[in-house]
Design a protein around this ligand. Structure first.
Ligand SMILES: [Zn+2]
Length: 341
């Protein structure tokens, strides 16, 4: 097994940038081709040192290397593909490869996840025994209506299964299997339907047990999590399981009392009673017409917020009546009349 980058530079895993730089300079001087003419071994070592320094001196590359070991470059491609799958969002399908990481660690017969771990964490005492596969996480966007009624998404997955030609050994009669190029695994496309439950919130995680990356050495597979992102709505604001919407109420109805129509998130139109003397901005609570609760069968409430509408124009008769109203504005109220009497 190849030495890890820290071993190559002769520094500890937690080494500072300064320590890495110093170690690199010292070794680079020692193995520089100018100092070692026609020395193949020194040349190899020089390349190795430069390669290790290239990764460990770059904070981002180093973090990825620390996490994924020698397969860090593949991990980058995987993370990118994963981010794209997440960004694809609203599309009904998105593609990803749940077993990419599992397969990365299984590449190369004899080697494996345990060896990489052993290699990374100081060589001594390699871990043995089965290991659980990685969990995977994907994001999907839904509309508020979809979150209300519940919906489905189809995941198109490419998972790795044993090669049918060589049975997973990567070899046929001591020759490299041409079908899987010696990998022992082949890509198998599959589809899976994910149910987004009614009442799903922004950030709700739907767990698909055992649909993550495959395990290693007989270990169980990881889980797949589908993370829900709920799109904002033009007419409804959501707060927990409650919704708020606006209703327009003509000024005469707000004063005298009346009725207004409200459209619910479920698509129904219902009549709402407007009490007399309703002020602008007043919220009218409509119990049980909000979002379904994730647990149980109850629903949140819908709050209809009143917006007073003043007429755009008046005919002569209407103007006359409003003028009369204005003239009466300072007249005494029934309460005042009663108090006087
Ligand atoms: Zn094969």
């Amino acid at each position: 097994m190849a030495k890890n980058f820290y071993q190559i530079l002769g520094v500890k895993r937690g080494a500072s940038t300064k320590e890495i730089k110093q170690a690199y300079r010292k070794l680079a001087r020692e193995f520089h081709p100018d100092v070692n003419p026609d020395n193949k071994k020194a040349e190899e070592r020089f390349k190795e040192i430069n390669n290790a320094h290239d990764v460990l001196s770059d904070a981002e590359k180093r973090a990825r290397y620390d996490r994924w070991g020698n397969k860090w470059e593949h991990a980058e491609a995987f993370e990118k593909a994963r981010a794209q799958a997440g960004a694809a969002g609203n599309s009904q399908q998105f593609q990803f490869d749940v077993n990419d990481l599992g397969s990365l660690f299984r590449q190369g017969r004899g080697g494996g996840f345990e060896d990489i771990l052993g290699n990374l964490f100081g060589g001594g005492g390699t871990r043995r025994g089965p290991m659980r596969g990685q969990n995977s996480e994907y994001t999907t966007e839904v509309t508020l209506e979809e979150a209300y009624a519940g919906t489905k998404r189809t995941l198109e997955m490419r998972s790795h299964g044993p090669c049918p030609t060589c049975g997973g050994s990567g070899q046929i009669a001591n020759a490299v299997c041409h079908f899987c190029q010696g990998q022992g695994t082949v890509v198998q496309p599959s589809r899976m339907e994910v149910k987004i439950p009614p009442g799903a919130r922004d950030g709700t995680r739907v767990r698909l047990k055992g649909k993550g990356s495959g395990g290693v050495g007989g270990g169980p597979p990881g889980d797949l999590y589908v993370v829900v992102k709920v799109q904002p709505h033009s007419r409804f604001q959501r707060k927990g399981d409650d919704l708020t919407t606006e209703i327009e109420v003509p000024v005469e109805d707000a004063v005298l009392g009346g009725e207004a129509q409200v459209e619910t998130i479920g698509g129904k139109r219902i009549a709402v009673k407007i009490p007399a003397m309703t002020q602008n901005g007043k919220s009218i609570r409509l119990a049980g017409l909000g979002m379904p609760k994730l647990k149980g069968k109850k629903k949140g409430d819908l709050f209809a917020k009143v917006r007073l509408v003043i007429p755009d124009e008046l005919n002569d008769r209407q103007r006359e009546l409003f003028e009369q109203l204005r003239a009466e504005r300072n007249s005494e109220t029934p309460a005042e009349a009663k108090a006087k009497a």
